[in-house]
Design a protein. Structure first.
Ligand SMILES: [Zn+2]
Length: 342
């Protein structure tokens, strides 16, 4: 965060339905297992990544790790990019910096022109010596640690996006094209997503953008329901909750994805969904954490502080609830960009 005979026929149908549901639920349990999520977050937030500040070696190292994951599941690079890398120049306090968004696609089986995006930013705020803001230099030294590991912000979101890519690659039945994007330049002001949206010629192809931020921690110990930022701007939240209730109301209840909290913090405009929303695309952020979390943008945002059981549940909920979006049977309403002007 910047500042998913008649009796015989009946029996066969029941068996088929059960078989399918069973296969799907074991895929959910395997792909979103908390141990594999913990491993991904640990790798992305390791000290060797040096806080993943845009334009640094650590940032590039994280981009390569994400590209390796896309390669392993045989997701397709886009023809306009260099492999999975989409180069762009980020205007920053230190001047223009070269960086990369990491982008992969699972082409749609019957509706390839209709796109659904799952994204998360992988950059973070660096170290006491690389971050250009005096505030962060001082804050790091105070704690006797110099590396902003950014486990919750936003290794958790990136790990979630990668896990969703693994899940849909395994399912191999998406009717729409799924784009998986790890953005850089977010902490410098949504630079990666701005660069990406500047290349979009037909925004109407984009059916929805699910941006994932800070899903490793609840707002309080007891409050583990993720929120959808800008929930009133489209009917995405209702769509997702309706599907969850239909598929597994026992686990998720009726209102699993809650409305945006902390509206004074303008969370909707502070992450990579926003440049897409400005084009009228239903683009929202799924976020579990609080902007007032005392470890947010601190050197103590480390892997040990995350709740992987909760994170696993959130990702299963996204995978289950996004199924109609992925198979092209449901489409959220568009956002009216005029409602976004200050
Ligand atoms: Zn942040």
């Amino acid at each position: 965060m910047r500042y998913c005979a008649r009796l015989f026929a009946l029996t066969a149908a029941v068996l088929l339905t059960f078989g399918y549901a069973h296969a799907q639920s074991s895929a959910l349990d395997t792909v979103f297992h908390q141990d594999s999520l913990r491993l991904l977050v640990s790798r992305l937030s390791a000290d060797s990544m040096q806080g993943r500040l845009t334009g640094t070696q650590g940032n590039l190292k994280a981009a390569e790790l994400i590209a390796d994951e896309f390669r392993r599941i045989r997701a397709k690079p886009l023809a306009s990019n260099k492999g999975y890398f989409m180069p762009f120049t980020a205007p920053t306090l230190l001047g223009p910096l070269a960086s990369y968004n990491v982008v992969a696609a699972l082409p749609g089986k019957t509706k390839p022109q209709e796109l659904v995006v799952f994204c998360a930013h992988y950059d973070h705020i660096g170290t006491a010596s690389t971050n250009p803001y005096e505030f962060f230099k001082g804050r790091a030294k105070e704690k006797g640690d110099t590396i902003y590991n950014g486990a919750n912000d936003n290794a958790s979101g990136v790990a979630g996006m990668i896990a969703l890519a693994r899940y849909y690659a395994l399912q191999d039945n998406n009717e729409r094209t799924l784009l998986f994007i790890a953005f850089s330049g977010e902490e410098y002001g949504l630079r990666g997503s701005e660069a990406m949206t500047a290349t979009i010629e037909q925004p109407e192809q984009f059916q929805a953008v699910i941006n994932i931020e800070m899903i490793g921690k609840g707002r309080t110990e007891g409050m583990q329901h993720p929120m959808i930022t800008g929930d009133r701007l489209s009917d995405l939240r209702k769509m997702l909750n309706r599907r969850l209730q239909l598929m597994d109301s026992k686990t998720f209840g009726r209102n699993y994805f809650v409305e945006e909290q902390y509206t004074e913090e303008r969370l909707f405009a502070r992450s990579d969904n926003y440049p897409f929303a400005l084009m009228g695309i239903p683009a929202h952020t799924v976020m579990a954490g609080s902007p007032y979390d005392r470890l947010y943008h601190s050197v103590q945002d480390e892997v040990e502080t995350l709740n992987f059981n909760m994170m696993s549940r959130i990702l299963k909920a996204i995978a289950i609830s996004c199924e109609p979006l992925v198979n092209g049977t449901a489409t959220p309403t568009r956002i009216n960009p005029r409602l976004l002007e200050d």
